[in-house]
Design a protein around this ligand. Sequence first.
Ligand SMILES: Cc1ncc(COP(=O)(O)O)c(C=O)c1O
Length: 458
Amino acid sequence: MDFLLTVSRERPGTLSAQIQSQVRQAVRDGSLRAGTPVPSTRELAAQLGVSRKVAVDAYAQLAAEGFLALRQGAMPRIAAGPFPGAAGAVSRPADGRPVRYDFRPARPDVSSFPRAAWARCLRDAVTEISVADLGYGDPFGTDALRNGLAGHLGRVRGVVAERERIVVTNGYLQGLGLICRALAGRGARRIAFEDPSSGEEARIASGAGLEAVAVPVDGLGLRVDVLAARQVDAVVLTPAHQHPTGVVLAPERRTALITWLRTRGAIAVEDDYDAEFRYDRPAVGALQGLDQDHVVYAGTVSKVLAPALRLGWMVLPSALVDAVRTEKLLLDQGTARIEQLAFAHFLQRGDLDRHLRRMRLRYRRRRDTIIAALASSLPEATVRGIAAGLHVTVELPGTADEAAIAAAARERGISLATMADYWSEGGRPPALILGYSQMTEDRLWSGVRELAAVVRSR
Ligand SMILES: Cc1ncc(COP(=O)(O)O)c(C=O)c1O
């Protein structure tokens, strides 16, 4: 049985990865259909001139991702589908209508979740977890993960982190709630958010009893001069890649912010948003590296792996450690510990580094594609925020009605966000926010073409 694959040691990626990506692509573009038999690992290895182990590894990963059906004694086949990331795969958001083109931002390509590697880490965590660790333990988390994070964050983000100041959370948003309650408990009243930013964060702060105050963002990032005039006790910001504009906080603003924090005795919460996905130059180091007494560093696996894991972390100033420990204890006694150990293994084995390297290449190709597709189909738009992250912002000529465009797009199965969806007090040009992480290149081309037709028709 012939299988149209070619592999070469001269090409980037391992031989197994080359087999996997060609099979995924063939399934997604429909040239390999559900139920089609494929060669056994022995036949494939012989056909390609590779070791049997290469073929076995490739099939195991493809089976774990749902592309292949493997049964003892039966011929391997392409699975029944639906396939992750396949052109015809549809997701259904809350309004129940199917999404044909999913441009919603802030979502990673979860169809690329490294299932086999995670399954290995989870199995080892279950096998190895100590009897003591199966109890409640420290609400800040397991020593294994906190030690692992201390090393990882120092290495990749320049964060100054000792285990004692690290709390493992059920994601960034939980961490923000913990900080807001801890700050309110020690007398804070007002907290600033970037304008624009996600309204969810301001609601979390209000729920903790803090007044949320908007501070504008311009081409250099947060307006620190405006912040200084607002009499706030804390500020939440995304310095690596402002969400959603994509602006990086300029060096002079970083310095001004640190000076303001020290003078006022205020706290900054650094949401290290999208720092892992920077395509044209290395990421600037974390703000927290400049001041560990006034900056809370916050991270999450939601963009690098999958939101479903509900796993995040914060590195705290020493003065906040006790208050946050009390809040975390009262809230849930600590984050799920078996998953913490699995993630500790994932970090320690280099699985995260490997996954990020793979995804950075994939997202970069998709980013280049959406820029080219927009230039071709919507040349009158200004595309910003391209250097990093998983989305671009697309400014439309002055009279465009974002909400009407989003509604008309939705009618045609195209899901997207607009700048109006973000918490904002100021005037701004109408803009669409288009995530590109979840679609293959050919889908991005056709999706942008259809979206451009919607924009033109308004
Ligand atoms: C600004 C911002 N940062 C980070 C996140 C990730 O949050 P979590 O880690 O809780 O999934 C979100 C999710 O909506 C967000 O809006």
